[in-house]
Design a protein around this ligand. Structure first.
Ligand code: DLL
Length: 430
C-alpha cells in the first residue's frame, strides 16, 4: 500500500494548533452556540430555564456539564422544523433519518452550515489521503441520508472529481471502478463487502483495481474487518464517523498515517463521554456514551446530544484534536444474553478469527422459553468448507472470547442478506 500521508502544509492550521488555542476557540464558540440555541429554539429555552440556567452561566468548558441533555425524543417532539434556530427560508438544505424506528428526525443547514460541513468533510477526505484532483467513487446513498450528499459536499470543497454513483446496482459499481480507476471509495463497510463479492463473481481480482483508500463509516466495524478489507483490495481502510443530528459524515475521522481511532473535528463539535445510565461524566479515557454539542451550527444547533454510541476519548496523535476510539456499537444494539452484554462488533471479531467463513453475518434473537436465545447466521467462504466444523469453531470462539453459548448456522455462500447501505445485524424475533 502506498504512503498517503497528507503533506503538513495542506492541513487546516487548527488541526495542528496547540490545545490552548483549540480550547480558547471552543469556549468562545460554545458561548455563542448556547446563546444562539437559547434565543431561537423554544425547546432549549424551556430546558435551560427548567434547569435554572442561562447561557451566561457557562464560563469554562467544564460548565457545559451543568446543562441539560438533548435526546432523540426531543427532536421528534418538535417534528418537523421546531428545532430550527433560523427562519425556514434561510435553511438551504434539509436531511432526515429514515424513520424506520419512529418519526423521522429532520435536520437543516444554512449556507454557512453547508460551508462548514463541506470543510470538515474535505478535512476528513484529506486525512484519508485524498488530494485535490483525485478521483472519488462515492457509493454512500444520495438523498435524505446525509452520507452521499455530505461526502459530495466535502469532495467538492477539497477539489476532487466525484463519481456520485450512490448505493445499489452492484455490478455497475464494479464496472465503473474498473473503467474510471478511482483512487478512493466512500461506502459503508458492509456494502464494500457486497462490492467485493461482485468482483469475485466477475472474476476480477480487486487487488488489481486502482483503489488506494476506502473511507468507511455509517455503521460500526472492527479492526478485524479493516484487515480483511485492506488485504482483499490492497488498499488502506479508514474510519469516518458522523450522525445527522450533529451534521452528518465528517464529525470525526481516522488519519491514514496512524489508523489509531478518529480525530474529532473539535473546532466544530465538542465531545463528552458520560455514563449511559447515570448521565454523569466518566473519568478521562473511560468508556461511555458519546455526547456532542455543536459549536458553529446556525440552522440546527444541538446541545449535549446523547448519541447512544459507545466509545472513549483519547488524546490527539496525528492531529492535536482528541480522538475517539472506534465505536463499539450503539447502546440500543447491545444484546443482553443471560446477563452478558454483547455487541454485534464482538460477533464480527469472532467471525473474522474463524477460518473458512465469509465476513457476512446476522444475529437472530428468539425467546423459545423464558431465556433469550441467539443464533448467528453466517456463510461458508466457498463450497469446499466443512460447514459443521466451521459452525463449531465459531461457536467455540464466541464461547471463549465473549463467554456465551450461541447457536451457529453456516449456510452456503451468498445466503446471508447483503447490504446496500447500513447492514441490518440483528433480527429480533423475540
Ligand atoms: O450515518 C452519517 C455518516 C454517513 C457517517 C457516512 C459516516 C459516513 P446517520 O444515518 O444519522 O448518519 O447515523 C448515525 O450511525 O450515531 C452511529 O451509530 C452510526 N455510525 C456512523 N458512523 C459510524 C462509524 C450517518 N464510523 C449513526 N462507526 C451514528 C460506527 C457509526 N458507527
Amino acid at each position: 500500500m502506498k504512503d498517503l500521508t497528507p503533506p503538513k502544509h495542506t492541513l487546516d492550521p487548527i488541526e495542528i494548533a496547540s490545545r490552548d488555542e483549540i480550547e480558547a476557540l471552543q469556549l468562545e464558540r460554545l458561548k455563542w452556540s448556547l446563546l444562539h440555541a437559547y434565543t431561537h429554539v423554544p425547546h432549549y429555552r424551556a430546558a435551560f430555564d427548567a434547569a435554572g440556567l442561562h447561557p451566561h452561566d457557562l464560563r469554562s468548558l467544564a460548565d457545559l456539564a451543568k446543562f441539560p441533555f438533548t435526546v432523540k425524543q426531543d427532536l421528534r417532539a418538535s417534528y418537523p422544523f421546531g428545532m430550527f434556530a433560523v427562519p425556514r427560508d434561510q435553511v438551504k438544505r434539509i436531511h432526515a433519518s429514515s424513520g424506520t424506528t419512529g418519526q423521522p428526525t429532520v435536520v437543516g443547514y444554512t449556507e454557512n452550515d453547508l460551508k462548514h460541513w463541506g470543510g470538515v468533510v474535505a478535512r476528513s477526505l484529506r486525512a484519508a489521503g485524498m488530494q485535490p484532483g483525485d478521483l472519488l467513487h462515492n457509493a454512500y446513498g444520495y438523498g435524505l441520508f446525509t452520507g452521499g450528499l455530505g461526502i459530495h459536499l466535502g469532495a467538492d470543497a477539497l477539489g476532487l472529481t466525484t463519481i456520485p454513483i450512490s448505493g445499489g446496482m452492484t455490478p455497475r459499481q464494479v464496472r465503473l471502478i474498473t473503467d474510471f480507476e478511482p483512487k478512493g471509495i466512500t461506502v459503508t463497510p458492509s456494502y464494500a463487502l457486497s462490492i467485493l463479492d461482485e468482483f469475485a463473481a466477475k472474476g476480477v481480482d480487486p487487488r488489481t483495481s486502482s483503489l488506494e483508500v476506502g473511507i468507511f463509516g455509517a455503521e460500526p466495524w472492527t479492526n478485524a474487518m479493516r484487515h480483511e478489507i485492506e488485504q482483499a483490495f490492497d488498499m488502506h481502510a479508514v474510519d469516518i464517523y458522523g450522525l445527522s443530528e450533529v451534521i452528518g459524515p465528517g464529525v470525526s475521522m481516522e488519519c491514514v498515517e496512524t489508523k489509531d481511532g478518529l480525530h474529532i473535528w473539535e473546532d466544530h463539535f465538542f465531545p463528552e463521554i458520560v455514563d449511559p445510565v447515570s448521565g454523569d461524566p466518566v473519568p478521562e479515557g473511560e468508556m461511555g456514551e458519546l455526547v456532542f454539542t455543536s459549536l458553529t451550527k446556525e440552522a440546527f444547533p444541538i446541545i449535549r446530544y446523547r448519541t447512544r454510541d459507545l466509545t472513549r476519548l483519547l488524546p490527539g496523535t496525528a492531529r492535536s484534536m482528541r480522538r475517539m476510539e472506534k465505536v463499539t456499537g450503539r447502546s440500543d444494539d447491545m444484546i443482553i444474553l443471560r446477563g452478558v452484554n454483547v455487541f454485534p462488533t464482538q460477533i464480527e471479531e469472532c467471525l473474522m478469527a474463524t477460518p473458512g467463513l465469509a465476513p457476512h453475518f446476522q444475529i437472530e434473537l428468539t425467546k423459545p422459553s423464558r431465556m433469550d436465545q441467539m443464533r448467528v447466521l453466517c456463510e461458508a467462504a466457498d463450497g469446499s468448507v466443512d460447514t459443521a466444523l466451521a459452525a463449531n469453531a465459531l461457536g467455540g470462539q464466541i464461547k471463549q472470547s465473549i463467554g456465551i453459548s450461541v447457536a451457529v448456522d453456516v449456510a452456503a455462500p451468498g445466503s446471508v442478506a447483503r447490504s446496500q447501505g447500513k447492514a441490518v445485524r440483528i433480527i429480533d424475533n423475540r
